[in-house]
Ligand binder design. Structure first.
Ligand SMILES: Nc1ncnc2c1ncn2[C@@H]1O[C@H](COP(=O)(O)OP(=O)(O)OP(=O)(O)O)[C@@H](O)[C@H]1O
Ligand SMILES: [Mg+2]
Length: 347
């Protein structure tokens, strides 16, 4: 492709050779006509060729020098530098690719900084709270009674969950989690996930919500789907955890499943009777560390959420080539997961 370009580097170098030869020939002809000494003509033609070479060499090396300076700046952490793009030769292509790479690196760097800032903040909050509780006990300001210890336990549980989620996310970011999709029977699988969720709710200590009823509806009852059951477990248990957390006292959480359009595809919904999620937040709640604005039944500060549950769920669904979204519901929050079956699974 480069060979056919009118402004390629190859064309420019060919032109340089042709023009140098033409200048020399012209000067030789002039020398013969004017009977000038050949020595002088040789000197002139060398000077003319060198000037021309200098001109072209400068135009070729200037963008390379610019890129070198920008790369050095990047190596020192300044990803904002861009090089001039607009040339119509291979160096122009290189400049465009370079700028795209710089923009990608800048985005990755910004994301990394945000993540580190968020993680540090999220770790600091429960640690500070735990420290305050323990200091009060040590100083004799408050008694080490069950209420105080429950507060300390709550913060420890939150720290544990945060670390677990971060480990999950870093495994995902490293791409070391392979997708092991296989056909499975939906009803027995989901009822086992619900049982585990119920047991988790009972063992949740200070966050315990045993008053919420979990209900399963699979239609048809012998439904079979194809997915990585381990990853799907993460999705469903995070959705149930949220639904339970935001349910009113004695509320009902319904997990329903039906087949999608493609063979072995699955449409899964988790519905609760809580306050729901405002439309403006429907997309944002899937971002890391986004905790939305809806208070849980235990109040915003007391729900102990890390804002990572739905980010993990979305990652797991994306891995399947599926979709997770909040759908309109007259009451409560309804989250729908669509898995494509075997056809569109990502390897
Ligand atoms: N069923 C729901 N009803 C109302 N709001 C919800 C519901 N599910 C999620 N949200 C909102 O979305 C936010 C993000 O949820 P996500 O699961 O990512 O984090 P979290 O529940 O706060 O923390 P974690 O999952 O780590 O315990 C929640 O903080 C909440 O504001
Ligand atoms: Mg959650």
């Amino acid at each position: 492709m480069a060979a056919t370009r009118p402004f390629s580097i190859k064309t420019k170098l060919n032109t340089l050779v042709v023009v140098s030869v033409l200048i020399t020939t012209g000067l030789v002809i002039v020398a013969f006509r004017t009977e000038t000494q050949l020595r002088i003509i040789t000197v002139f033609s060398i000077i003319a060729s060198m000037l021309l070479t200098q001109l072209i060499a400068h135009s070729l090396t200037a963008p390379l020098r610019e890129m070198t300076a920008a790369s050095r700046a990047m190596a020192n952490g300044d990803y904002s530098r861009r090089v001039r793009a607009g040339r119509r030769d291979e160096l122009g292509d290189l400049a465009v690719a370079f700028n795209r790479m710089a923009a990608d690196l800048e985005a990755v760097d910004r994301h990394r900084k945000e993540l580190v800032a968020n993680v540090s903040h999220e770790l600091r909050t429960p640690i500070a709270a735990l420290r305050a509780v323990l200091e009060n006990v040590v100083d004799g300001v408050c008694e080490p009674d069950s209420e105080t210890l429950r507060t300390a336990l709550g913060q420890t549980e939150r720290l544990g969950r945060l670390v677990e989620h971060l480990l999950d996310l870093s495994r995902l970011d490293n791409g070391v989690v392979p997708l092991n999709a296989r056909p499975f029977e939906v009803w027995p699988y989901l009822s086992a996930v619900l049982r585990t969720a119920q047991m988790d709710a009972m063992a949740a200590g200070s966050r315990s919500r045993t008053d919420v009823h979990l209900h399963l509806a699979v239609s048809p009852s012998g439904l079979t789907a194809c997915a990585d059951t381990e990853r799907l477990h993460q999705v469903v248990s995070n959705l149930i955890d949220n639904a339970v957390k935001h349910s009113p006292p004695g509320g009902r959480v319904t997990v329903s499943a039906r087949p999608g359009a493609a063979p072995l595809s699955l449409e899964l919904e988790v519905l609760d009777e809580g306050p729901g999620i405002p439309k403006a937040e429907h997309d944002r709640i899937f971002d890391r560390f986004n905790r939305g604005s809806a208070p849980s039944q235990k109040g915003k500060s007391g729900d102990g959420g890390t804002g990572l549950g739905l980010a993990i769920a979305r990652w797991a669904v994306d891995l399947h080539g599926g979709r997770i979204r909040v759908v309109e519901s007259p009451r409560g929050c309804r989250i729908r997961v669509s898995l494509p079956g075997r056809g569109r699974l990502r390897s």
